[in-house]
Design a protein around this ligand. Structure first.
Ligand SMILES: NC(=O)c1ccc[n+]([C@@H]2O[C@H](COP(=O)([O-])OP(=O)(O)OC[C@H]3O[C@@H](n4cnc5c(N)ncnc54)[C@H](OP(=O)(O)O)[C@@H]3O)[C@@H](O)[C@H]2O)c1
Length: 276
């Protein structure tokens, strides 16, 4: 149920993931990252999305610690990087991430990208970590439908979530529908398209009507589509703005106007064609 910043979406394994989390991609400066995490938790965020490749797991861990929040109230996600994929290497990478975070478990661990010929072995390692209780939920990122079908054809556990590029220019209707059918939650990365669509007149008009910003309108659109969001900001005022989403509602006409902005336009790489 979508009520406030603490509201959670129930994953197919029964665990709740907060609908809103803080993304920390491209936060390079350690003190800035620590500050952003503290500021988010102070605002009421319960979730932080990091990855080994972001190089800031230590700072995320430090921010969590300095926030004084109870670890068990928080939801911490990290991801295994492409060069670490494979069974043994993933187990090792997970251990390294956990150490950097200074935590004894992770809430969610994701395969960052579907590396051909490797992601099934990587998934087996995630299944083991899950069975050992070191991670409470396991999922994937940047998986197309065919990657999910291939993975599920031979896995014991089904991914709880697929974290994908999703914003008004890339609304991902088909993949969202497939995930919904399969009871796999969808989490949007670059949920506000890194700020690229904020000047879109249709968004500005809707925003003005509700006394909100374009960013808030986009984030609310995701929530009303039952999509988990992880907007990134290093600025306390934007961290607050991106969480102030629970005192207005978009009409179906407004939702449709935002749907109409889709151009199937990716700002990031296509998961069928990446070279890293
Ligand atoms: N799985 C993947 O492959 C993958 C890929 C990319 C991202 N991600 C995850 O998704 C998270 C979010 O994606 P993202 O960081 O690419 O993009 P985003 O959240 O869509 O946008 C972040 C950008 O928008 C600015 N911004 C934030 N709030 C704003 C607001 N209210 N008004 C105007 N500008 C605002 C930020 O600047 P300031 O920081 O200066 O405020 C930053 O430049 C990442 O941090 C990461 O955790 C995952």
């Amino acid at each position: 149920m979508l009520k406030n910043l603490q509201s959670k979406k129930t994953l197919h394994n029964g665990i709740g993931i907060p609908y809103v989390g803080l993304g920390v991609y491209q936060m390079k400066d350690p003190s800035e990252t620590v500050q952003a995490v503290k500021s988010a938790i102070e605002t009421g965020y319960l979730s932080v999305d990091t990855a080994a490749v972001y190089g800031n797991e230590e700072s995320v861990g430090q921010g969590v610690k300095e926030s004084g929040a109870d670890r068990k109230d928080l939801f911490i996600t990290s991801k295994v990087w492409n060069s670490d994929q494979g069974y043994d290497t993933t187990l090792k990478a997970f251990e390294t991430s956990l150490k950097k975070l200074e935590m004894d478990y992770m809430d969610l661990y994701l395969i960052h990208w579907p590396v051909e010929g490797k992601y099934k072995d990587t998934w087996k390692a995630l299944e083991r970590l899950y069975s050992e209780g070191l991670v409470k939920s396991i999922g994937v990122s940047n998986f197309h439908q065919h990657h999910l079908e291939d993975l599920m054809s031979s896995s014991n556990e089904k991914p709880v979530i697929n974290q994908i590029e999703c914003h008004p220019r890339l609304s991902q209707e088909k993949l969202k529908a497939f995930c919904q059918e399969e009871n796999i939650a969808v989490e949007a990365w670059s949920p506000i398209a890194q700020g690229r669509v904020l000047d879109e007149p249709a968004l500005k008009q809707i925003a003005e009507k509700h006394g909100k910003s374009s960013a808030q309108v986009i984030l609310r659109w995701h929530l009303q589509n039952d999509v988990v969001i992880i907007p990134k900001s290093v600025h306390a005022n934007r961290i607050k703005e991106n969480a102030d989403l629970f005192n207005f509602e978009l009409s179906s006409d407004e939702m449709n106007k935002i749907n109409d902005l889709n151009q199937n336009e990716r700002f990031g790489p296509d998961p069928d064609n990446f070279d890293f």
